[in-house]
Design a binder for this molecule. Sequence first.
Ligand code: FE
Length: 205
Amino acid sequence: MSNESIKAVASASDRAFALSKALQEQALIPEGYVEKFTEIMENDFDPANGARVVARAWVDPAYRELLLRDGTAACDQFGYTGAQGEYIVALQNTPTLQNVIVCTLCSCTAWPVLGLPPDWYKSFEYRSRVVRESRTVLREMGLDLPNEVEIRVWDTSAETRYMVLPLRPSGTEGWTEAQLASIVTKDVLIGIARPEVPTTGTPPQ
Ligand code: FE
């Protein structure tokens, strides 16, 4: 296929519309299926879910042990299950280890706890470079790690979906789970950032 013919392909929205029309004409989309799926995507699959899991693991050693042993079961305790979350593995950061997630093939994330992947996560540049030069990529994304911190990159597969369990930052002693969860972002759950305590030192409301 030449570059000329690649450029001639219809836009993503045009292709999606054509596919939807063809499926509807053949009655292959059950009534309300697309609406229901859209609702789940917009409302249920949210990185705030993963943040609650992390916060619980920070305050409850038994839950933390379960999360590291059987991530799927730990997430299920909150009801965070469903498509692309059938086998969740939590990756524990340590003072000398930073875990980072990628899907070199496409864009897979653990939807029920991370939500849909950010655009940069799907980019060819991130997918290729984070494997080859992870330290440089993390620095470019704002996470400048000292050399003594090992960076371990985990390639998502069709079955296994990862979430990073970050270190609980100092200065968060006495915070509630909700306050702890508020500093755990999608980037933190992917591993390209670390939780940050507000410079005021006071917990978020
Ligand atoms: Fe993928």
